[in-house]
Design a protein around this ligand. Structure first.
Ligand code: TXA
Ligand code: MG
Length: 364
């Protein structure tokens, strides 16, 4: 099958809607990362999602729904028939409704009790379903035309780096899907924050594009976190994910200690004639002594010179994918040093990118 990248136009939106109605799967832009979408209420479409991604069936999908005109996001969710509110206590439902109306459309996924209408394939047999109202206008337009929820994991092959542009999706899924709707670069760059409920407590399953502080400010209490686990409630929490194909060495610690360690590692690799990509978190490129600024052997990218986690999030997957495709032997990366705003999500993605590897260096 030839995969076509479609520019945004009414005609192309209708083409994409037609394909979805036909039980096909298509890649759509979201504000977090691109998604591979198929109708939640079609087992045939859900099967195609798992097949195209080579995703194991035990990894549940996030279900995306439209914000209806003149309806709150919460009312719009109830209309989909995806969730069973009878399983929520009044006080919890109140809080969920507040979160929904505060942060949707946007980069938040809520894991809630599912209704019997949701196919087991969509949730990997779990009694809950992850739901999200995405903010990207093109995804919303498709949902509004379809008037049906769409299950959509990130549009990458399982375990690989999530795509933040139409071209990234093409690199991942060419020949496997008919269409990619081009909605430009994803404005946030990391996946949604996932919150679930355990014994009437809100728990973070995945830090992401919505800062935990913002959610805590609305709930008025600290969130419990349960991500990056060896015993995940959901496989998206598995440690080894977002993996570059090149060896990825992660360095964590204070700036001075870190620079010394990175330099020592570089010296060793360069002496062996190896080519290196250096992914720095913050600061200027000249943090690295001039002696090593040999373009042929060292490529340098800085996530955010000013240390802004929003800027770094936008760049992370893009740079990872870019340097991974270059003619280099190793990626040396500096861990994002802050936990504020999107910092948790950045640190989480870096850790998981490094997990497959052989070596993570932590300076106390
Ligand atoms: O930003 C995003 O969330 C993107 C865009 C496309 O919306 N989607 C995304 O989907 O990141 P995916 O499939 O890459 O990650 C979905 C993860 C699962 O791996 C799992 O961790 C969690 O969402 N999840 C989904 N349903 C769940 C459930 N019922 N219980 C617990 N976790 C669930
Ligand atoms: Mg994913």
């Amino acid at each position: 099958m030839k995969t076509e990248i479609l520019k945004s136009s009414q005609q192309n939106i209708l083409k994409v809607v037609g394909a979805l109605q036909n039980d096909d799967v298509v890649a759509l832009p979201t504000e977090t990362v691109y998604g591979l979408a198929g109708r939640t209420f079609s087992d045939a479409a859900l099967e195609k999602i798992f097949l195209a991604k080579e995703r194991p069936l035990f990894d549940p999908l996030i279900c995306h729904f439209p914000k209806q005109m003149n309806e709150s996001p919460w009312r719009s969710l109830l209309k989909t028939g995806l969730i069973d509110t009878s399983k929520l206590s009044d006080s919890i439902q109140q809080k969920v409704e507040t979160l929904a109306n505060q942060f949707w459309p946007g980069p938040l996924t809520l894991v809630l009790p599912k209704s019997t209408r949701v196919p087991d394939l969509a949730t990997s047999g779990l009694p809950s379903v992850g739901v999200r109202c995405p903010a990207h206008p093109l995804f919303q337009e498709v949902l509004l035309k379809l008037q049906e929820p769409l299950s959509a994991p990130s549009a990458n092959r399982f375990g690989k780096i999530s795509p933040t542009s139409a071209n990234d999706v093409f690199d991942e899924l060419d020949t496997r899907i008919p269409f990619i709707l081009d909605g430009g670069l994803s404005s946030i760059g990391v996946e949604s924050t996932i919150i679930g409920l355990e014994e009437d407590q809100f728990v973070v399953y995945r830090p992401g594009g919505l800062a935990l502080e913002e959610i805590e400010a609305v709930l008025g209490n600290q969130l419990k976190t349960r991500f990056h686990s060896d015993h995940p409630v959901a496989p998206g929490m598995l440690k080894n994910h977002y993996a570059p194909t090149k060896p990825f060495y992660l360095f964590d610690g204070t700036l001075e200690a870190l620079d010394a360690k990175i330099l020592a590692e570089m010296q060793e690799k360069l002496a062996q004639g190896k080519k290196i990509a250096l992914l720095l978190a913050r600061g200027e490129v000249d943090r690295v002594p001039l002696a090593f600024k040999n373009e042929a052997q060292v490529v340098i990218r800085v996530l955010s010179p000013q240390g802004s986690s929003q800027e770094a999030a936008k760049n992370l997957f893009r740079y990872l994918r870019e340097i991974d495709q270059m003619n280099i032997d190793f990626i040396l990366a500096e861990q994002w040093p802050y936990t504020e705003v999107l910092g948790f999500a950045l640190r989480d993605r870096m850790n998981r990118a490094a997990e497959k590897l052989q070596k993570t260096d932590k300076t106390p």
